[in-house]
Write a protein that binds this ligand. Structure first.
Ligand SMILES: Cc1cc2nc3c(=O)[nH]c(=O)nc-3n(C[C@H](O)[C@H](O)[C@H](O)COP(=O)(O)OP(=O)(O)OC[C@H]3O[C@@H](n4cnc5c(N)ncnc54)[C@H](O)[C@@H]3O)c2cc1C
Length: 430
């Protein structure tokens, strides 16, 4: 079948790979000049089933409220008149009960684990490299109270078969000797030995190259999707700035832009952009860089090493589609990571970036066919863990497009399950 995949982020490219492996004739369309040039460009790189907790939890409303008065760095909620923000926030709050948090976290960790297996399969099949590290991830706690809470929370992930261990500061340093200087400031850590890290952008670009060279996938860059040409309940082609692209099946993987097409497609996609900040630091053999990635939980700062670079990310900011950043936005996260790894990288040569997470209120992505057209499949809304969930999401999507037996049960994650007040609205694009 001829399949057009819209979007060449990590989600679109992994989807194109799975579809092409199934024997489909695949074209990928993206408005930018190369794969992974939008949100997949500079994320923290954590492949983290051990951090699959949903953001909507019983503690979240209090944290949100405090962020309105407190000039904190981890969460910045800027009230605006954007009705989509209010709609999304209402849906988010409705997911903050203990029961919903449990259901959403369970769905998420199952998908994360499936995805990690699929990622290993892709790497084994293609041999592509991505600065992958598979020595686990460390979730570090500085405060004894939050360490106790963080250790207790692991139960829900352990119920899904994940091996998570609460470890002492000494053991954390044994796992990652680069933490030696911070030992006295740690209360403890949670170690997930099966988690890992890697550069999502390098992975996506290498996979796109593999798709072109070995699987006959065509990539149309600099080509913006504008709408759809349809007849009855079928899309015939996608209208782009470079003309029409015809296909029999279409897959939407446009990250934060996906809801902009809700009006045309007749579906409500409750996805809101949540901005995050990322800084990349060069390093060489003189630096004592982390050997496994992790999260400084009390500062909500994530870090990972990619070969001769260290990536550090932080902050969840509700600021619409604004991707601007100033050096002061990075001060807090750099101070936190420097405190952990004083000579971890060359802190004098930071490269700053900000990106938008395509968040759903539940924290889980949205799959499947739905809306006005029978040949449009969605693979959207991967939020703060799209790198971790991409490979499994791609396989689920290829199974739906090919009408083959689903290897993973996506119950509760289908487009019919997504609820929004904004059914059929067209979102303004900035
Ligand atoms: C600071 C930060 C840290 C993160 N850390 C992690 C992490 O450690 N682990 C993890 O698993 N996840 C992490 N994430 C989340 C992860 O990066 C995202 O979930 C993931 O990149 C989303 O991928 P995507 O392919 O859906 O979106 P994107 O990468 O944004 O891809 C969408 C593509 O659609 C294209 N597009 C949009 N509109 C159009 C149009 N009209 N026509 C044509 N093309 C169009 C865009 O150009 C883009 O290439 C992080 C995110 C941020 C911001």
């Amino acid at each position: 079948m001829r399949v057009a995949v819209l979007g060449a982020g990590v989600v679109g490219v992994t989807t194109a790979y799975e579809l092409a492996r199934d024997g489909h004739d695949v074209t990928v369309i993206d408005r930018l000049t190369e794969p992974a040039a939008e949100t997949s460009f500079a994320n923290a790189g954590l492949i983290a089933p051990g951090h699959a907790y949903t953001w909507s939890s019983p503690r979240a409303p209090g944290i949100l409220l405090r962020s309105l008065v407190d000039d904190g760095q981890a969460l910045r909620f800027k009230p605006s008149l954007d009705p989509r923000l209010w709609s999304w926030s209402w849906q988010f709050l409705k997911n903050c009960t203990a029961e919903k948090a449990r259901i959403n976290t369970k769905r998420k960790v199952r998908l994360c684990r499936y995805s990690q297996e699929r990622l290993a399969g892709i790497v084994a099949d293609t041999g592509i490299s991505y600065h992958g590290l598979d020595g686990g991830l460390l979730y570090l706690y500085r405060d004894p109270g939050s360490f106790a809470r963080g250790s207790a929370n692991t139960r829900i992930l352990a119920e899904e078969g994940l091996d998570l261990r609460a470890v002492s500061p000494e053991e954390a340093v044994r796992i990652d000797p680069a933490l030696a200087n911070a030992r006295n400031r740690l209360a403890g850590a949670v170690y997930c030995p099966s988690d890992g890290s890697g550069d999502a952008r390098v992975f996506t670009q290498n996979l796109a190259r593999h798709c072109t060279e070995h699987l006959g996938v065509r990539f149309l860059f600099d080509t913006e999707v504008k709408g759809f040409e349809a007849s009855g309940d079928r899309i015939l082609s996608v209208a782009t700035t470079r003309g029409s692209v015809a296909a029999e099946e279409f897959v939407l993987c446009l990250g934060v832009v996906s809801p902009a097409f809700a009006g045309d497609l007749g579906v409500a996609l409750p996805i809101y952009p949540v901005k995050g900040y990322s800084v990349t630091l060069p390093l060489d053999e003189t630096h004592v860089a982390p050997t496994v990635g992790g999260v400084d939980e009390d500062n909500l700062v994530a870090y990972a090493r990619f070969g001769d670079r260290m990536r550090v990310t932080a902050t969840a900011e509700f600021a619409g589609f604004d991707k601007s950043h100033r050096p002061e936005d990075f001060r807090h996260m750099l101070a936190a990571v420097r405190d952990l790894f004083p000579s971890g990288a060359d802190y004098a040569r930071p490269q700053y970036w900000a990106g938008l997470r395509p968040m759903t209120p539940e924290g889980t992505p949205i799959f499947g066919r739905g809306g006005r057209f029978s040949n449009m499949t969605f693979n959207v809304g991967h939020g703060h863990m799209g790198w971790t969930m991409s490979a499994g999401s791609a396989r689920i999507t290829a199974d739906i497009v090919g009408r083959t037996r689903l290897e993973f049960d996506p119950s509760g994650l289908m487009v019919q399950d997504a609820k929004s007040w904004f059914s059929g609205s067209r979102q303004r694009l900035n």
